[in-house]
Write a protein that binds this ligand. Sequence first.
Ligand code: T1G
Ligand code: NAD
Length: 693
Amino acid sequence: MGAINPVVDLAADGDIAVLSVNHPPVNALSQQVRAGILAGVRQAIGDPAVRAIVLICDGKTFIAGADITEFGKPLQPPSLVEVEDAIEGSGKPVVAAIHGTALGGGLEVALCCHYRVAVPSAKCGLPEVNLGLLPGAGGTQRLPRLVGVEQALDMVTSGKHVDAKAALAAGLVDELAPEGALRASAIAFARKVVAEHRPLRRVRDQDDKLAAARDKPEIFEGFRKANAKKFRGFLAPEYNIQAIEAAVGKSFDDGLAVERKLFSELMAGTQSAAQRHVFFAERAVWKVPDVPDETPTIPIKSVGIIGAGTMGGGIAMNFANIGVPITIVETKQDALDRGLGVVRKNYERSTKSGRLTMADVDRRMQLFTGTLELDKLADCDLVIEAVFENMDIKKDVFGRLDRIVKPGAILATNTSALDINQIATAVTRPEAVIGLHFFSPANVMRLVEVVRARSTSKSVIATSMQLAKKIGKIAALVGVCPGFVGNRILYARSQQANAMLMEGAMPWDIDKAIYDFGLPMGPFAMSDLAGLDIGWIPEKSKSSTIREVLCEQNRRGQKTGAGFYDYDEQRNAKPSPVTEQIIKDFAARSGRPQRQISGQEILERCLYAQINEGAKILEEKIAIRPSDIDVVWINGYGWPVYRGGPMFYADTVGLSQVVKKLEEYGPLLGKDFTISPLLRQLAADGKRFQDMK
Ligand code: T1G
Ligand code: NAD
């Protein structure tokens, strides 16, 4: 007994061997962990004094999966399957003791144990699909044998973490242990198994739940049909379904072989590489090189929001959701009532899905104080301004806030594009000013661009990043420039999209190319959804742009039943002959030669212009790292995660190819278009954005 290796220890509790893994932060199945568990199990099996084995982990969680950092590298023995076979083939009962999150390979190891005990706060899941993969160590064959085909399909294609109570009900775990008493309970459970001569239940031998689904292919067809929209563009969900189909239709070992083949195909593909990139990118994005973790933060116990319009209400909900009281300020009572009414309606909608009860809704609404007096914000720890996108109005608001709000509070703006350094000149404490750029609808969209102004203090930055995590957002720290990161890159794409309208393309051609690439919708459908009249002033409208002409004809988007597209009652869009004629007239007046533009060209001009703008953003240090740009576009603009984000995608295309195509398109890209020197240099050096340190 004793240390098997630096991360695995074997101890004895009477006749029960306790094999514990200690490999922070998440006990991932690194080579050492695999080797340690295998050696420990073999030692315990060989020890006559041992009657049963408990597998448990130290630290915050049970094994949270294979070690993702080892992917793409040559596999070091032992393989996970070797470890699993040793456990499942043991002649002595092996009990998994689960706390935290038993995920991926971690749950697969637990499924090879003969019994599983968990604390109520534990969660189990096979989230490989989120990495563009499938459970590659028997999970697709063993899980349906325990929980049935329907639940297994749901778990492996959603990657959801199932809580211990539900896992017990589903047969995934056998007993719940009191919180804090897992080790003792698991040992007692193992002792009971021995005393009661319970069988060595090998999941691989169980078939009853599979038999229930045999000869019912409609289960799979129905599942595919029901999730077609959600799985659009992804490979992994379909592969997971095929692996479970194999579990139903084949022997365990033949099913395992199918699983292995499908796993290898996904592992070798770009989608999984992209989704693994995003996994680490969404963890790296929180790290700000010059703002260390120990930077002091400001306690945020009360929040003030100015403006209860489209954004103000949604932003406020994020804080009510974590129990922080909000004071929301408007100029007029009806605007305030309307804003608070929208908030209540949004919460009430969540009661329909059962996510909230009416009691929850009332509790959250009680955290809201509506007022027309800015003075009421004096004691707020954080104030977020979400008034009209107008510099003078914002500076006026900040000037008044500076005189009202207590020292030490954070003064934030939700501006989409205005110069925050400019806004900060309106106060005597510019170090307290920061941008918190939420995305609409702010209570739903996961992304926040935290915008660092010239004088923003490190403590204000650290507090804002930490707060974003607390309200369940993903935050990227960006610098001040027009449109910051997300909207600036969006603008680069719009320029190309609008230019191609003058060359013969139609909005629906461009939207189709972007949609087929994997985004939820193209730029013109998006404009129709947001409304073509944002910033449009009827009195000043002179039919000088396609958008103006559309607005003048009351084609302001979905809300008027027509915009770039025509909409039916169900808001289904169809190409519009009216818009087509308006565009043809404009194009003819532009004198530009008209031609058929291929989907490939549309895509390249739109996406490569975005990539180029991303490179300029990196040159100007507006973003800390290329993967932050990927995180922004995936979480704020619907860029498909299986393409990794604009900068990762550029690396898959090859930067020299991107430069070559941009050079080929040359003047078509616009007279002000220039190729980023950084992009050129990386291409010339045969490097990728991922190589940038
Ligand atoms: N491998 C390597 N590193 C990992 C890791 C893993 N599986 N999981 C987390 N980390 C690192 C992470 O990068 C971060 O590092 C630190 O741990 C804390 O993570 C054969 C093929 C477990 C719920 O997909 O979902 O098994 O940034 O910030 O918020 O079938 O991490 O500090 O340097 O996320 O408390 C399947 C992935 C793998 C689970 C904890 N497993 N992890 O969340 O901390 S594929 C997963 C998570 C597989 C088999 C297949 C979460 C978590 P750093 P964190 P957290
Ligand atoms: P909105 O017009 O829907 O709401 C603005 C609200 O601010 C109005 O209700 C108005 O009455 C109120 N207001 C104006 N001046 C005020 C003052 N001095 N004191 C108190 N209230 C005042 O606008 P919105 O879409 O919510 O945008 C607000 C800000 O958020 C803008 O800076 C915008 O650029 C930014 N933003 C908007 C979006 C979006 O998609 N709408 C997304 C991100 C950021």
